[in-house]
Design a protein around this ligand. Structure first.
Ligand SMILES: CC(C)(COP(=O)(O)OP(=O)(O)OC[C@H]1O[C@@H](n2cnc3c(N)ncnc32)[C@H](O)[C@@H]1OP(=O)(O)O)[C@@H](O)C(=O)NCCC(=O)NCCSC(=O)C[C@H](O)C(=O)O
Ligand SMILES: [Mg+2]
Length: 372
């Protein structure tokens, strides 16, 4: 059966242009806890890039929304200059990955974004983020164009594609978007555009809303008097979309991310939003301001307690049968093959992060298990 993008299984991993690099069979699990956005046309932000390179997993030169229309060309040119001159940025050996967010596919800038960036800095660019993706057809367009540009530039590794989920149609088509190309690296939630497209009645960039709540039922005392206290509980506006995104990504072996949290002055609520996403299966989030990098790095790294517990479960199941099967009691709780699999997700993530983050490696290496 053809894939949604129209390719049969046998052609799925064929390059889309003669001379283009072979598509990857598996998307590498490169740490990307914070995708840090900067406007390359803003001299102050551009000047901060070299010092951010050692502190963040991904630096993203943003060309789309938040870049003024009269700065689009300057942003693109500045990104070329930054990528060419910043050591440790981008490419297979970069200490920080280099991503860009191109303009939307219906904009007057996107064609020049791709035709300028790929020949100039295609060897440095790890991922191209595509905004406002509606369906597999949008990915197919970018896929073919990238293949042609890669072939022309003589690149030897494929540039990956990341889609932002920020239209109602995009959400409806989320599974076909994830499976549209072997270039698909992941998805981010774009809560601001999605809210507008859905005609939600919010005015924020991500996060919760005090009006979206559940109120406790009225209580009555034994003599039938109505209680005064009716606590309310704020609900998560984004739970449904993030859960759909996580399932679609997991099904296709690619990575889900929470997007932006616009209230820079509320680090606590930002941390909560990021943590909800982490617990639901996301691997990272966007950082819009340098202060959000530390929040994302911390939240999307498993805690010492999580890793200690996960290793204890692995050790307990191994002690029992040697092959990790069966069931054991640990701290009064049953642990079996399924909890072992969850623990392994955390242990593997810790190993991947420790490989790029020496401080974290030291912390994880120092964890002692007391059961043996
Ligand atoms: C939000 C900001 C406009 C705030 O900027 P500013 O007022 O300058 O903040 P500060 O004075 O606190 O900044 C301190 C210094 O840090 C530099 N800075 C600020 N932000 C960044 C950054 N992202 N990268 C690098 N450096 C940064 C400032 O220049 C100050 O420097 P100095 O004076 O020399 O000390 C600003 O942070 C900003 O514009 N951030 C990026 C916004 C962005 O990318 N938005 C787009 C993504 S969200 C989106 O598109 C919505 C989504 O698509 C959806 O639909 O949901
Ligand atoms: Mg948007």
């Amino acid at each position: 059966m053809p894939s949604p993008a129209g390719r049969s299984a046998k052609d799925f991993f064929r390059p889309l242009a003669v001379g283009a690099p072979e598509p990857l069979r598996e998307i590498p699990a490169r740490p990307s806890r914070a995708i840090h956005f900067f406007d390359p046309s803003n001299p102050k932000m551009a000047a901060k890039v070299p010092q951010l390179t050692g502190t963040v997993d991904v630096l993203l030169g943003n060309l789309e929304d938040a870049v003024r229309a009269d700065n689009k060309v300057a942003a693109r040119e500045s990104l070329v200059q930054i990528a060419s001159s910043t050591s440790g940025l981008g490419g297979p050996d970069g200490s920080a990955q280099l991503w860009t967010r191109i303009n939307s596919l219906d904009s007057p800038w996107v064609l020049d974004d791709l035709t300028r960036l790929i020949p100039a800095i295609g060897d440095k660019l790890d991922v191209v983020m595509v905004p406002k993706v509606q369906g597999a057809e949008d990915i197919a367009y970018v896929d073919r164009l990238l293949a042609q540009l890669e072939a022309k530039a003589g690149l030897d590794r494929p540039i990956l594609v990341h889609a932002i989920l920020e239209t109602a149609r995009g959400v409806a088509n989320v599974e076909e978007i994830c499976g549209a190309s072997p270039r698909m690296q992941g998805l981010s939630l774009g809560p601001a555009d999605l809210a507008a497209d859905r005609r939600m009645k919010t005015t924020r960039v991500g996060g919760g809303h005090p009006g979206y709540l559940v109120r406790q039922d009225p209580t009555t005392t034994s003599d039938g008097v109505l209680g005064q206290e009716r606590p309310t509980y704020q609900q998560d506006l984004w739970h449904y979309t993030i859960a759909r995104m996580v399932d679609a990504c997991a099904m296709h072996g690619i990575y889900p991310y929470y997007g932006p949290f616009g209230d820079i002055s509320d680090p606590l609520a930002c941390e909560d939003q990021f943590r909800n996403a982490f617990l639901l299966g996301c691997v990272g989030a966007w950082s819009l301001h340098p202060s959000q990098i530390e929040i994302a790095n911390r939240v999307f790294s498993p805690s010492v307690e999580d890793i200690r517990h996960a290793r204890r479960v692995v050790a307990a199941l191994n002690r029992q049968g040697g092959d990790g099967t069966g069931a054991v009691m640990l701290d009064g709780k049953m642990e079996d093959d399924a909890s072992l699999k969850q623990c392994l997700v955390l242990v593997e993530l810790a190993e991947q992060l420790a490989a790029v983050d020496p401080k974290l490696k030291e912390i994880y290496d120092a964890i002692e298990l007391t059961d043996e």
